[in-house]
Write a protein that binds this ligand. Structure first.
Ligand code: NAP
Length: 288
């Protein structure tokens, strides 16, 4: 039976370390990190996400501001706000919550976020830096997946890792982070499935990461005995939240597995806080 990778506990442990650091810097320079979350519209799901960020920031001692903008805000006004925050020395980190309304070109706006305040690693310069292995502020969900993997203490060198899902916010950045650890990485996507090859890939994975958004896409017998399984997916089925992996079947084959909910999600929020602290340290010359 697989050991459950408890994301809530992992998040708490990291949160305690971050809190200690914040206290240390507060004593040292009399300041605490401050981050601003720009949210457009009042979608219920995104507000719930903001509440969990606020809670994490409060418990670590980070100042967190939510800027709620009307659905109809123009791209020009949004960029102006981003530039104002870039120029505001009291702001250490900025994030722009997705989804944004259709009339907003998200990547174009993201490129206006100062690269040292870019808490989600969305500016094209930071994406390029990641390609070169020079990541300063890692995208939060891929960083959370890496924390789960590191918590098993597995040596990634030469391990066969299969990522299912190749999105720009999860699958692709994860591939780069894992390559940096010298793992052998395959990235699967919809055409892997259409070609009928998905189980062939998943069955050979020492570490299987699934980020698709399709409930129970991965069956238990698609998983190698003893594999580490990290399920990023979030799907609502009959008023229940489930992942992309058939958890009940998978836990009989895996050595470690993340649950949904309570796996990657809670750690993602704390990775955002870690980025807020890292940005603050860099801007205050507190990085070794
Ligand atoms: P996305 O942008 O929709 O990307 C999904 C990826 O899965 C795409 O590469 C897609 O391929 C691929 N795909 C779709 N159907 C497939 C299939 N049958 N077989 C193989 N690959 C398939 O989604 P995302 O933003 O990466 O998010 C993925 C999931 O993770 C969602 O459930 C999301 O809610 C969740 N998520 C969780 C967190 C967290 O913190 N826990 C954070 C972010 C996302 P094509 O593009 O070629 O169609």
């Amino acid at each position: 039976m697989a050991e459950i990778l408890d994301g809530r506990k992992l998040a708490r442990d990291i949160q305690h370390r971050l809190k200690d650091e914040v206290v240390q810097y507060k004593n040292q320079i009399g300041r605490i990190p401050r981050m601003v979350n720009i949210m457009i519209g009042d979608d219920h799901g995104t507000c719930a996400y903001a509440r969990s960020q606020q809670k994490a920031a409060d418990s670590i001692g980070i100042s967190y501001d939510l800027k709620l903008l009307p659905e109809g805000i123009s791209q020009e006004d949004l960029i102006q706000l981003v530039q104002d925050l870039n120029n505001d020395e009291s702001v250490n980190g900025i994030l722009i919550h997705r989804p944004v309304p259709e009339h907003i070109d998200y990547p174009a706006v993201a490129n206006f976020v100062n690269i040292n305040k870019d808490l989600e690693g969305i500016n094209i310069i930071n994406i390029g830096k990641m390609m070169l292995g020079e990541t300063h502020l890692m995208p939060c969900t891929p960083a959370a997946v890496m924390e789960h993997i590191f918590s098993t203490q597995i040596d990634l060198k030469g391990k066969e890792v299969v990522i299912v899902g190749s999105s720009a916010i999860v699958g692709k950045p994860l591939c780069l982070l894992l390559l940096k650890q010298m793992a052998t990485v395959s990235v699967c996507h919809i055409e892997t499935s259409r070609a009928g090859l998905l189980p062939d890939y998943t069955k050979r994975a020492d570490i299987l990461i699934v980020a698709v958004g399709k409930a129970r896409l991965i069956k238990g017998d698609w998983i190698k005995e003893g594999a580490i399984v990290v399920d990023v997916g979030i799907n609502q089925v009959d008023n229940k939240i489930v992942g992309d992996v058939d958890f009940e079947e998978a836990q009989n084959r895996a050595s470690y597995i993340t649950p949904v909910p309570g796996g990657v999600g809670p750690v993602t929020v704390v990775m955002l806080m870690r980025n807020g602290l890292e940005a603050f340290k860099k801007q205050n010359n507190l990085v070794n």
